[in-house]
Design a protein around this ligand. Structure first.
Ligand SMILES: C[S@@+](CC[C@H](N)C(=O)[O-])C[C@H]1O[C@@H](n2cnc3c(N)ncnc32)[C@H](O)[C@@H]1O
Length: 267
């Protein structure tokens, strides 16, 4: 709990920097591709679009639940995209600044965003939600994904993207995922599997170490072990993404994406 408060305050304290970093990632693809795709593959700037499409394409027609949940929604790129197919989408995050940005975007359909350019200089861009998306289907909730409200209900789709490796207790969240889904609902888990002690105490890591018998433990395998009891793994994919700190300063990561189906056979 103490670690969570420290991490939460870290996100909150530096939230303008984080906000600029993530709004660029979620809404800056058009600008970034135009300027840098000669050097960085264009798809690296389209993580949010690709993950959203993969999620929407994976939805099973047999699932009647038209609610979706984006855990650790951040600045809401995936949340808004899910509204293309879901009647109700909840974006859930513990950083007030991110939730406020999502609310602003929901209200106005657009918002100014600022990418790091050089030192104190920022480049102004516009985040826009296409008119084809019914923003009123989206709502945003502040809270800890490790302690979801008891009345949050069940969903046809749960996305948890680049969050598992940033939690104090990832196993608790993974174990709860099947409970959030109705039969034939899907869960999309993306992670670059880059554990950091700043976020997750080492005793809670789900991968990235040797066990007591000297066997390799990976997050990819641990997620499969936890979920395969109640769900079926229907697809895996690798999707890259770029975080731009300054105009010419990028961090490139690659998330493994696992798509799971809540199969009634396994319930
Ligand atoms: C690395 S960002 C990923 C955001 C987004 N899902 C994506 O893939 O671009 C991690 C997000 O998870 C949120 N987060 C981390 N721990 C959380 C927790 N315990 N409860 C709620 N949100 C959390 C952070 O505030 C941040 O927005």
């Amino acid at each position: 709990m103490l670690l969570m408060l420290i991490m939460e305050s870290l996100y909150v304290k530096n939230h303008m920097d984080w906000l600029n970093l993530f709004t660029g990632m979620h809404y800056g693809a058009r600008h970034l591709k135009k300027r840098w795709s000669k050097f960085i593959p264009a798809e690296t700037f389209e993580f949010v679009e690709k993950l959203s499409k993969l999620s929407l394409d994976s939805v099973d027609g047999a699932c009647t639940n038209k609610r979706a949940l984006d855990l650790g929604c951040n600045v809401g790129g995936v949340t808004f995209n899910l509204a293309a197919k879901f009647d109700e989408v909840i974006g859930f995050d513990y950083c007030k600044g991110f939730i406020e940005f999502c609310e602003e975007l929901k209200e106005n359909g657009k918002a100014k965003i600022y990418a790091g350019e050089e030192g104190d200089l920022k480049k102004e861009m516009l985040a826009e939600i296409p008119d084809s998306i019914d923003r009123s289907r989206c709502s945003f909730q502040l809270g800890d994904v490790q302690a979801l409200p008891s009345d949050i209900g069940t969903f046809g789709c749960v996305v948890i993207s680049n969050v598992i490796g940033r939690l104090e207790n990832p196993i608790k969240v993974l174990r709860n995922l099947p409970n959030l889904l109705d039969d034939y609902g899907i869960c999309v888990i993306a992670s670059p599997h880059d554990p950091l002690e700043d976020f997750t105490p080492k005793e809670n890591w789900i991968g990235g170490f040797l066990d007591k018998d000297g066997q390799t433990v990976t997050a990819s395998q641990t997620i499969k072990e936890i979920l395969s009891d109640k769900m079926e793994l229907i697809q895996t994919e690798e999707i890259p993404f770029a975080l731009q700190y300054q105009a010419r300063d990028f961090e490139i990561l690659i998330s493994e994406v696992q798509v799971w189906l809540k199969s009634p056979k396994k319930s």
